[in-house]
Design a protein around this ligand. Structure first.
Ligand code: SF4
Ligand code: SF4
Length: 107
């Protein structure tokens, strides 16, 4: 079926805007393995409790950007959280086009 997908241009806006990068249990497992850390160590060193205390999110750097943002790259690109890999095609929010530089591609 024909449709439209959006291709990320690595503008890094979504790695720098305020909010929480939520982590699923699978994300925690995959990222820990990728970093060669046990999960407990990864959780202590790179995550924080979400405000509603209903799960974990990645820590931010002092400037508010994601702890894994490295210049224009994601340091955990192959295993980045589902929230990251799913935006903007699997989920987005009203007005997202004005803050995301992804380009439309037919598929
Ligand atoms: S994990 Fe990677 S893609 Fe996700 S917000 Fe952090 S730097 Fe960006
Ligand atoms: S805001 Fe959009 S174009 Fe920019 S890095 Fe995120 S998904 Fe890619």
């Amino acid at each position: 079926m024909a449709g439209t997908r959006y291709l990320c241009q690595r503008c890094t806006n979504c790695c720098r805007w305020p909010g929480f990068v939520k982590l699923t249990e699978q994300d925690i497992s995959s990222i820990s393995t990728f970093l060669n850390l046990d999960e407990r160590t990864f959780i202590q060193s790179h995550t924080r409790l979400r405000p509603r205390r209903d799960g974990l999110a990645l820590q931010d750097k002092a400037d508010g950007s994601c702890i894994f943002l490295d210049g224009r790259n994601c340091a955990i690109q192959p295993v980045k959280p589902r929230q990251c890999s799913g935006f903007p095609n699997d989920w987005n929010f009203p007005g997202w086009r004005s803050v995301c530089e992804a380009v439309e591609v037919p598929f």
